[in-house]
Every structure is written in structure tokens, then in C-alpha cells.
Write a protein that binds this ligand. Structure first.
Ligand code: C5P
Length: 230
């Protein structure tokens, strides 16, 4: 089964406030896009890696030696467009993994779980149970309800899909003007069944400078641990 990873990396990173595309920013010295691409390019079950980027030349420089392993396409005005453009470039895929470059610490075990579940069930999303108590509020900011969290999940990426299912959901959404913030939501909207696999706390999404500092702290702690074990 040909597995293709599509990395969406064309966001402007406004909330990061760095004045340049977030995926090109270094995390402990290595650009986010290169870290994310390396996780998939180095995975034994992933055949091809596609990345939707704002500027192919800048992305090539950020990828360094990995650039020859990654097919670059220009992204679109929002995430959904970037994902669709990446998927269009993943022509021979039987299974597509869509991943946010903003999750550069994704690991091989998580990629395996998603591939396995998507191949079996058609669509799979990794997710975590919210660790905090969840409140629903009204327009004025007052609590309306405390929402039971047993059945709530925080979705991560990579999200895996049989290629035909994902292509059809994107095509229909484009035709009907439907928008969603992740690919699983499009497949759900199109009537598909999406199963959940266990996500990883380490697979955090980098949105703000705080998240970037957190990712660097995780990598630093892991480095220290491996040096201590040597
Ligand atoms: O902005 P946010 O971090 O939520 O975006 C999620 C992912 O979607 C990021 O990896 C970002 O680069 C990507 N994206 C994209 N094209 C856009 C907007 C976001 O590829 N136009």
C-alpha cells in the first residue's frame, strides 16, 4: 500500500509573531518543517512526502539535505486549501497522512498507529482526552455548563485516510463551499466514519512563542537524559 505524507506548512504564523512563516522557524536549531519532514521521510512505511509551503525556495533551504526527498507545492490561503493542493500532488497514494508542520515532534510509533487504523477503518485521527475540566460559556463569558470530558478528545495530526475517501471529501467541500479546521472534520461531514487512536502529549502543536519554548525544553530534557545514559 503506497502511503504518502502531506505536510501542511503554508501558514503565516501570525500568532507566533515572528514575521516569517512559522514552519521555517527553528526549534532547537532545526526548522520545524525539516523536523516534521524527517519524521515521515525516515519512516519505513511512508513512500513519498509532499509539503504545501508558502515559498518553495525558502522551504528548500529549510529542508536542507531532505529537500530531494520532499515534493514541494505552493500552499493556499487557508489550511484546507493547502491540504487539498498537497493531496492533489499525492497522485499514486492509496493512503494519505495529513500532518501539520506545526507538530514537529511527531514520533514513529504514532505514525504507525495512524497508518494501521486508517488502513483498517478508512480514516483515523490521533487524539488526547482533555486534561482540564471543560466549561461551556455564554457570549458574556459566564459558565453555562461543565461539559463531561469522558467523551471529548483533542485532535492531533497526522490524520490518516484511504486516499479516495479523503479526495472525495475535499472535492465535495470545495464544490459546496464547506470549510473545516482539519481533514477528519471534512470526512465526518461527508458521512465517513473516523476512528480515534491514542495521541501523544509530546506531539504538541506549536502556535505561540510559549509552545516553541516548551518544545525546545522537551528536546533539551531528552538530550540531557540521553547524555546521562551514555
Ligand atoms: O495556523 P495553524 O498552526 O493552526 O495551522 C495549522 C497548520 O496548517 C500549520 O502547519 C500551517 O502551516 C498550516 N497552514 C497551511 N496553509 C495555510 C494555513 C495554515 O498549510 N494557509
Amino acid at each position: 500500500m503506497i502511503v504518502v505524507a502531506v505536510i501542511v506548512a503554508a501558514g503565516r504564523g501570525t500568532r507566533m509573531g515572528a514575521g516569517r512563516p512559522k514552519a521555517l522557524l527553528p526549534v532547537a536549531g532545526v526548522p520545524m518543517l525539516r523536523r516534521a519532514a524527517a519524521a515521515f521521510a525516515g519512516h519505513p512505511r511512508v513512500v513519498t512526502v509532499v509539503a504545501a509551503v508558502p515559498h518553495p525556495d525558502e522551504a528548500r533551504a529549510a529542508l536542507g539535505p531532505l529537500a530531494s526527498r520532499v515534493t514541494l507545492v505552493r500552499g493556499g490561503p487557508d489550511r484546507q486549501d493547502s491540504a487539498r493542493l498537497g493531496i492533489e500532488a499525492a497522485r499514486d497514494a492509496a493512503l494519505i497522512l495529513v500532518h501539520d508542520a506545526a507538530r514537529p515532534l511527531v514520533g514513529a510509533a504514532l505514525i504507525d498507529r495512524v497508518i494501521e487504523a486508517a488502513a483498517t477503518h478508512g480514516a483515523a485521527v490521533p487524539a488526547l482526552q482533555p486534561p482540564d475540566t471543560v466549561k461551556e460559556i455564554d457570549a458574556g463569558g459566564a459558565v453555562v455548563a461543565t461539559v463531561p470530558r469522558e467523551r471529548l478528545r483533542l485532535a492531533q495530526t497526522p490524520q490518516g485516510f484511504r486516499a479516495a475517501l479523503l479526495r472525495e471529501a475535499h472535492a465535495r467541500a470545495a464544490r459546496e463551499g464547506h470549510r473545516a479546521t482539519d481533514d477528519a472534520a471534512l470526512v465526518e461531514w461527508a458521512g465517513g466514519r473516523v476512528v480515534v487512536v491514542e495521541g501523544e502529549p509530546r506531539n504538541l502543536k506549536i502556535t505561540t512563542p510559549f509552545d516553541l519554548a516548551l518544545a525546545e525544553a522537551i528536546l533539551g530534557a531528552e538530550d540531557n537524559r540521553s547524555v546521562a545514559q551514555d
